[in-house]
Design a binder for this molecule. Structure first.
Ligand code: PRX
Length: 637
């Protein structure tokens, strides 16, 4: 295990070293991994193109660093614990030795079926052990995994498959989540009607529901691996070969495929995992995320397993069969580090304290938060009731694009402050800029959060469209990576993340692009146009508020249209993108040049019309009054 940052003084020393000699700093950390060939140069970069290359010409395989490097010392140590949706179901524990065999076998099966280095494989699976097994098998043979969260719709899945021309889909008959049973395979069948690139579909039996298998295309997981060897030699990869693509929403257009490469991501995943959570030998660590999101990629699978840790993956939801489930699982496995999202915490607060009090949570040492700003009430509840006041909370700020955590306290080392992500990790150089791109020096400043120097885990490109990557992240402010978040740096130099400043809504810690939701709504035949904004939501952090204009509606149509719109969004994107509020309006506030003034709609959605600013430039100022009158919230004037 690499040496961890051990004190606050050590943190400041390492931080200093990491900015004065970044290449030397990261080289020392990268030395702790197994390389077939060391790099010739640590870093080559510019944010103009952008070009970001780390550990240039280094040769390695990330799974050798999970397995061969950790074996044989950890052969019999549990790597993964799987807790099923049904608490009466049997958990699965896989040791490093067992997991290695399964990964190697699936890797061989992939190869046998014709998948080779560089091919893209879409994984659309429930939270079952076969998900990390198939993702690691891809990494083993150099295939690029593109995991799609199993809550996404057929259209979302086919968009993602087509964008990166996946050759294969790995899925299951269905999934269990809470008391729901979702027929995944039929969603895949529907998606594949519009995907030409997919040759094979591997289907895991999970729910046992009847499904259709298409001859010549579909094969059961058990048949796919039957008789296949469990011995596999890893493909030797270049540091900058692609490890995975993960689609995420931005402010414009369809979700983009954020691309991460092998070397830098590996170094950053283990480094951040060990340091942020201060994970120690033998600890039991649980991140409640779904592997379909980046948090699951880096902090259920790659980070903990590279570090030789024991990582729990959970198939279910926090409230099934009752709101005590999280704490029951903590108690059952004696979890030491627990990592979840504010939205889950807020949902559980609403269920009362008894669910927590009745469980033995004395094993907990560290609590983590991720995905959205954690409000002070949630922070206090988490800290006082769950952590009994003795567990530091690491409020970890990062993004799909950053590959790993960038701004966070180090557990037990950095003094925490509710709702502050506190300080950047070594190697991370944040700056706050105003809207003109002027860097705001010193403390007590607020503006747009950017990063001015590369870190190993950062995005390299967006799949198939480098220009989009440049425009999205590197063109807003010169020579800076723009995060899309607002932030403030307080008098102590601590960072507080204020939320998105672009047209992305963070719903329950999931990124939803307003443009995507609008496109979906606009597909309704009666809809003329729509504008979607976020508004404060007690549990979800932000809710989705849609203002919609329609053709003349009959009485019957008017009664059903809201539900039809909701169902349509659910079908096109997935249930997570369903609008919480739909307001039918006569017109949308537009500038004379036809641009929708979202700022005004956002204010109204927040229930505040006291500072709408100058509305005289609007094409038709009267529409604002109408919208306020019909708003689905009391609007203060
Ligand atoms: O707005 C920030 C918010 O989540 C966004 C990134 O979303 P995604 O790529 O889906 O990754 C989520 C998990 C890393 C950010 O731009 N966000 C993430 N963590 C925090 C946060 N906002 C405030 N505090 C955080 N700790």
């Amino acid at each position: 295990m690499m040496k961890k940052i051990s004190s606050f003084v050590d943190y400041f020393q390492q931080y200093h070293e990491s900015v004065t000699d970044p290449e030397g700093y990261w080289a020392k950390i990268a030395e702790t991994f197994n390389w077939h060939k060391k790099w010739d140069k640590v870093l080559d970069w510019n944010f103009k193109e952008p070009k970001i290359n780390w550990f240039i010409n280094g040769k390695l395989n990330i799974t050798e660093n999970i397995f061969e490097r950790n074996l044989p010392a950890r052969k019999d140590q549990v790597a993964l614990i799987w807790e099923p949706n049904d608490p009466k179901g049997k958990e699965i524990k896989l040791t490093y030795g067992e997991l290695f065999e399964k990964v190697c076998q699936f890797a061989n099966a992939l190869k046998k079926s014709g998948i080779k280095k560089g091919d893209r494989v879409a994984i659309y699976l429930p939270m079952v052990p076969e998900l990390p097994i198939s993702m690691l098998a891809c990494a083993r043979i150099g295939a690029v995994h593109s995991i799609v969260f199993a809550g996404f719709s057929a259209t979302s899945l086919s968009d993602r498959i087509n964008d990166s021309k996946c050759n294969m889909v790995i899925t299951a008959d269905g999934l269990f989540r809470g008391n729901k049973n979702v027929h995944l395979k039929s969603i895949v069948d529907e998606a594949l009607l519009s995907c030409d690139s997919v040759e094979h579909v591997v289907v895991l039996k999970r729910t046992g529901d009847p499904i259709e298998m298409k001859a010549g295309r579909d094969i059961w997981w058990s048949d796919f691996i039957a008789g296949v060897s469990t011995v596999n030699k890893a493909e030797v990869m270049d540091s900058e070969d692609t490890l995975f693509i993960l689609y995420t929403s931005g402010s414009t257009g369809k979700p983009k495929g954020v691309l991460h490469t092998v070397g830098g991501y590996m170094v950053f995943a283990e480094y951040t995992f060990l340091n942020v959570f201060q994970y120690n030998e033998g600890d039991i660590y649980w991140c409640t995320a779904d592997i379909g999101w980046v948090t699951g990629h880096t902090y259920i699978v790659y980070g903990p397993l590279l570090a030789g840790g024991t990582s729990i993956m959970f198939e279910g939801i926090p409230t099934y069969p009752d709101p005590g489930r999280f704490w029951e699982v903590v108690d059952k496995y004696k979890v030491n580090q627990f990592y979840t999202a504010p939205t889950a915490i807020r949902a559980l607060i609403a269920q009362g304290d008894e669910w927590v009090r009745s469980k033995d949570l004395s094993s907990l040492k560290v609590l983590g938060s991720v995905g959205e700003p954690i409000n002070e009430e949630a922070w206090r509840w988490y800290h006082d009731l769950v952590g009994k006041g003795k567990c530091p909370i690491v409020d970890t700020w990062w993004q799909t694009e950053t590959g790993g955590i960038l701004i966070t306290p180090l557990a037990g080392i950095t003094p925490t402050k509710p709702s502050f992500a506190t300080l950047p990790l070594p190697g991370v150089q944040p700056v706050i800029v105003d809207n003109e791109g002027k860097v705001l020096e010193g403390n007590n400043v607020q503006g747009n959060l950017c990063i001015k120097f590369p870190w190993p885990g950062m995005i390299r490109t967006t799949y198939g469209d480098h220009e989009r990557c440049r425009i999205n992240y590197f063109s807003t402010y010169r020579n800076l990576y723009f995060t899309g978040d607002g932030a403030k740096r307080d008098e102590e130099g601590y960072y507080r993340i204020l939320g998105r400043v672009d047209d992305v809504i963070n719903v329950s810690g999931h990124r939803i692009g307003t443009a995507e939701v609008e496109d979906a709504i606009n597909q309704h035949p009666k809809v003329v146009e729509s504008a979607v904004v976020g508004y404060p939501h007690e549990i979800k952090g932000s809710g989705i508020y849609a203002y919609v204009t329609c053709d003349a509606l009959s009485e019957d149509e008017a009664r059903t249209i809201e539900k039809e719109i909701t169902d349509l969004v659910s079908k096109i994107i997935g249930p997570i993108a369903k609008p919480d509020k739909i307001q039918l309006v006569a017109g949308l506030p537009k500038t004379r040049s036809g641009k929708i003034m979202r700022r005004i709609l956002r204010k109204i959605g927040e229930g505040d019309a006291t500072s709408l600013g100058d509305t005289s430039t609007l094409l038709d100022p009267g529409v604002v009054e109408d919208i306020i009158r019909g708003a689905k919230v009391d609007v203060k004037r």
